[in-house]
Design a protein around this ligand. Structure first.
Ligand code: DER
Length: 239
């Protein structure tokens, strides 16, 4: 089984929670893509009906549109029955890191309006503590003086590069030297930690207090179910 097979298995399992008539949050990323295509397939087959999709990115909006999934937004549907989305890290408390696809702001806006958030991952995403993977923890920042904001983020964690616990890097667009620009015309500063963040609630509050920070990629106390697919099978963990 390839990693993508595992992503598809987890995604299809999550779609079993979808019922006709639901308002659905449609996630972003390679795992969520499988869930969106599965929903489209069931609609085509008449096994699902009266679904309204609330996309979490322009990319997912385009995918869902092409599949004929009826779409709307939070202004028209402030309460969402169920969202299905991927994650970059999942800790034992079902706290998440998301946003390596750059969609964390719209994902967090949609998913904080959901009754249920079902997260779908392959087992490589499971960590003991957020920040522990050594991979990026994304922070959406306004473009204005982004380097100043990046330095303030580093200094929160005793950073400043080198031996510091955190290094901040501006995310660049594919191949080019240009900054990556989000669906909301902001930049992303990726934080790289030397080890697990530890007190994630305190880190969240401190980051959000920095003027210039729009949102960060930690999704705390938001997931209600995590479906993880691994070589030994699929686990479903509820909050
Ligand atoms: O960018 C995102 O938030 C994605 O959902 C990410 O967290 C998971 O992406 P993947 O399914 O492609 O690994």
């Amino acid at each position: 089984l390839t990693q993508d097979d595992l992503k598809q298995i987890a995604a299809y399992k999550a779609v079993e929670f979808v019922e006709s008539g639901m308002v659905l949050g449609l996630g972003t990323g390679s795992t969520a893509t499988h869930a969106v295509s599965r929903i489209g397939e069931l609609l085509q087959q008449g096994k699902l009906e009266n679904i309204v999709g609330i996309p979490t990115s322009k990319k997912t909006h385009e995918q869902a549109l092409a599949l004929g999934i009826p779409l709307s937004d939070l202004d028209h549907h402030p309460i969402i029955d169920l969202a299905i989305d991927g994650a970059d890290e999942v800790d034992p408390d079902l706290n998440l890191v998301k946003g390596r696809g750059g969609s964390l702001l719209r994902e967090k806006m949609v998913e904080s309006a959901c009754r249920r958030l079902v997260v779908v991952v392959d087992e490589s995403k499971l960590v003991d503590g957020l920040g522990g993977s050594g991979l990026a923890m994304p922070v959406e920042v306004v473009p204005f003086c982004w380097a100043h904001t990046a330095r303030r983020l580093e200094s929160l964690f005793g950073g400043g590069g080198g031996a510091g616990r955190c290094v901040a890097k501006l995310r660049r667009a594919e191949g080019g030297g240009e900054p990556f620009v989000t669906d909301n015309a902001n930049y992303i500063v990726d934080l790289y930690f030397a080890g697990p963040i530890g007190d994630v609630e305190a880190a969240s509050d401190a980051m959000l207090r920095i003027a210039g920070v729009v949102e960060h990629g930690m999704f705390l106390d938001m997931a209600t179910t995590v479906i993880a697919a691994g070589a030994c099978g699929v686990t479903v963990k509820n909050k």
